[in-house]
Design a protein around this ligand. Structure first.
Ligand SMILES: Cc1cc2nc3c(=O)[nH]c(=O)nc-3n(C[C@H](O)[C@H](O)[C@H](O)COP(=O)(O)OP(=O)(O)OC[C@H]3O[C@@H](n4cnc5c(N)ncnc54)[C@H](O)[C@@H]3O)c2cc1C
Length: 435
């Protein structure tokens, strides 16, 4: 590798985890005015809002130890999930697949019969015996037409803003619970069963919102940090990066945690092989606008977050951060984060009104008790796993690797993954570069 510092583009969890492990000189450039990426928290009128709910589900023992014994040591809450679903004018438990009880009998029948036919019956044989082509087939194969119609299809189409036929079968990965027949039947009858899904128990900071995590991690970063500085052009063959400050950096290696789709304009503004640019142009994503609402306590359903599959609600999920940790709202108040997915621009004021009206209709808040409501957009929030995704992503990653660029994190690797995954990915990038 040529001489020079390692350059890290992006100071989210992946960039920070990389920085704390890297040996040798490194420079971290972060477009925003503070570190943490999406793992950040803003305070307004005594309410703390993460950039929409960020709950830590820990699977890796090493990361768990770092979180529990170091980063959030005396600042840790352990929380048992209370997630709900609202459909057919009633509240049921999440995951839908494990909790049919409480739904109309006809819906329960559709889901049960469809599940048995898909997983065991003659009706599902064809899909069981050939490779699945898309998410619609995945849902049909593993859960059946009832679960598809009543929850998974409308929910995913609202979240990804495309038909499930356009999503690849890998779109949901480990995040889609796939119950056994026993679990489906237990859920329908309301018999006890262990909590299902990837996030049945999670941890969260006692104070300071999720940004406490990125702040703790930032203290361990070893790089020279440039805030408010964007990477604006990449000359891949010469291993040079131009920054928004006008500075040019000759790097030894680049750790790229910004969205992989941004490789196209960056290389176009600099230099590099055209196939990388063309592949990067194929990468599509979904934006999320969250309406953050601070409201007087007014009763109604209690949940940490709730899913809304039906098209009559424009949003796909409502979080209630103050239910997870009451310190996130002033006494006597409750907070909500209403999440809308979209591709392309939206009318933020219309979404704010839509969210407030829905909270009132659902009995979660009263209009006179709304203290504030405002919208915040994450332009690249969910990677779209369409037919082009896997090949285009692999081509960009492999092309970058040839030029000593290692991509890391949820958006650098262009995947659907968690905070823990971003930490692991940043660490892995550092280790790969440190040999
Ligand atoms: C709606 C939503 C809800 C989520 N909820 C959860 C949850 O409950 N639990 C969980 O574990 N995970 C959750 N996640 C996932 C989690 O946010 C990510 O996995 C994690 O934050 C990714 O970290 P990162 O460092 O890879 O990316 P980021 O946090 O996006 O960091 C990348 C950084 O790069 C910077 N950057 C971009 N372009 C440039 C440039 N040109 N030059 C310099 N800097 C640049 C950005 O400003 C940003 O700071 C959620 C994500 C979303 C979208």
């Amino acid at each position: 590798m040529p001489p020079g510092p390692t350059l890290i583009a992006g100071g989210g969890l992946a960039g920070l985890a990389c920085s704390r492990e890297l040996r040798g000189p490194s420079i971290l450039v972060e477009a925003s005015d503070r570190l943490g990426g999406l793992v950040r928290t803003d305070e307004t009128e005594g309410f703390l809002f993460d950039w929409t709910g960020h709950w830590l589900h820990l699977r890796d023992p090493g990361i768990r130890a770092l979180v529990e014994e170091r980063w959030l040591k005396d600042n840790l809450l352990v929380v048992a999930r209370r997630a709900r679903i609202y459909s057919e004018s009633r509240w049921t438990d999440f995951p839908y697949q494990h909790n049919l009880r409480g739904l109309p009998p006809e819906t329960i029948r559709d889901c049960l019969v469809g599940y048995v036919q898909a997983t065991l019956g003659e009706e599902g044989r064809a899909l069981r015996e050939r490779p699945l082509r898309n998410a619609a087939e995945f849902i049909e194969r593993h859960l059946g037409p009832g679960f598809a119609r009543h929850f998974l299809t409308p929910y995913n189409e609202k979240l990804y803003c495309v038909p499930c036929e356009e999503l690849s079968p890998e779109w949901g990965g480990r995040f889609i619970p796939r119950p056994s027949l026993d679990e489906v039947v237990r859920g329908a009858l309301g018999l006890p069963q262990s909590a299902a899904g990837y996030n049945a128990v999670f941890v969260y900071p006692r104070e300071g919102g999720i940004e406490s995590l990125s702040r703790a991690l930032a203290k361990e970063a070893t790089s020279e940090v440039r805030l408010g500085t964007r990477l604006v052009a990449l000359d891949l063959p010469r291993r040079r990066a131009r920054l928004s400050s006008g500075e040019e950096i000759a790097y030894r290696a680049l750790v790229f945690t910004a969205p992989l789709s941004a490789v196209a304009p960056l290389v176009e503004a600099g230099a590099g092989p055209q196939p990388i640019v063309e592949a990067a142009r194929k990468l599509r994503s979904v934006s999320v606008t969250t309406v953050e609402i601070g409201a007087d306590e007014s009763g109604g359903e209690r949940f940490h977050w709730a899913y809304f599959p039906e098209p009559r609600y424009r949003f796909y999920r409502i979080g209630s951060p103050s239910e997870v940790n009451p310190r996130l709202a002033p006494r006597g108040a409750r907070s909500f984060a209403v999440e809308f997915a979209h591709r392309g621009p939206v009318d933020a004021a219309a979404l704010v009104e839509n969210a407030v009206a829905a909270l009132c209709e659902l009995g979660l808040a009263e209009r006179s008790g709304i203290r504030f409501a405002r919208a915040r957009t994450i332009p690249v929030a969910y990677v779209l796993f369409d037919a082009e995704h896997a090949a285009a992503r692999d081509e960009v990653l492999a092309g970058l690797r040839k030029h000593d660029v290692v991509a890391a994190g949820r958006y650098g690797r262009w995947e659907y993954s968690s905070m823990e995954d971003a930490l692991l990915s940043g660490r892995e990038a550092a280790r790969a570069l440190s040999g």
